[in-house]
Design a protein around this ligand. Sequence first.
Ligand SMILES: Nc1ncnc2c1ncn2[C@@H]1O[C@H](COP(=O)(O)OP(=O)(O)OP(=O)(O)O)[C@@H](O)[C@H]1O
Ligand SMILES: [Mg+2]
Length: 241
Amino acid sequence: MTKKPSKEDYQLKERFKIESEVFDKNTLLGLSKLLKKGIIAAVDYCISTGKEANVFRATNSDGKHIAVKIYKVETAFFLKREEYLIGDPRFEKIKHTEKEIVKIFARKEYKNLEICEKAKINAPRPYYLLDNIIVMEFLGEGGLPYPTMDMVGPLHGEKDLDSILNDMKKMYKAGLVHADVSEYNIMIGSVPYFIDWGQGVVKEHPHANRYLERDVKIILKYFSKHGIKRDEEEVIKSIMK
Ligand SMILES: Nc1ncnc2c1ncn2[C@@H]1O[C@H](COP(=O)(O)OP(=O)(O)OP(=O)(O)O)[C@@H](O)[C@H]1O
Ligand SMILES: [Mg+2]
């Protein structure tokens, strides 16, 4: 008679199944490189698994929490996003093979985070870039990541919108458009933080203004659903001023 697997066995199996989806070969290789280089001391847990990337919380050698975003190498997803590379003078001359494109998006996100840091925009501080991996400031408290705005809504009401629009103004002044603003790419701490900068473009991109208008529209629509309304044209004008 075959024995029914114990609950523990079952749970262990399930856990490995989940972990093997999170820690594919490439991700493990990336994490081990970071460990070897001493950039991280430990991988703590997986914060998020997505189509494009997995995000982990890790700890550095000073015992400080950091976030590690690993772009997935095996994905056709990025090819659909070429419009954000073609037209951005920083990246348009680079050959876009399927493997390279993932690294380019990681580099793009990293460079955009550097611009944010300089311009004092609320976004994670960039710490280190390695191929398809970004190491950055961990946004959270009590060891847990802040919620994204879709989870909790605009916690501080009008103040959150003001902060978001003020940051978008700073971005534009610094020559940058996020191009994927939504409640999913804003984390709510004591202030809102912009994350997920891979598709952000510089102002020289021929569609930069169209992306900015789209960003504004999306965010105003979201806040309007929460009873906070602003005039779209005025907002766009004040950002581009
Ligand atoms: N610096 C950070 N600190 C803490 N948590 C973070 C940080 N960056 C991202 N996260 C968490 O990871 C999630 C995914 O991050 P991000 O939006 O950058 O990836 P993504 O490219 O959208 O992934 P996908 O679109 O494939 O789901 C975020 O929703 C957030 O919960
Ligand atoms: Mg995202």
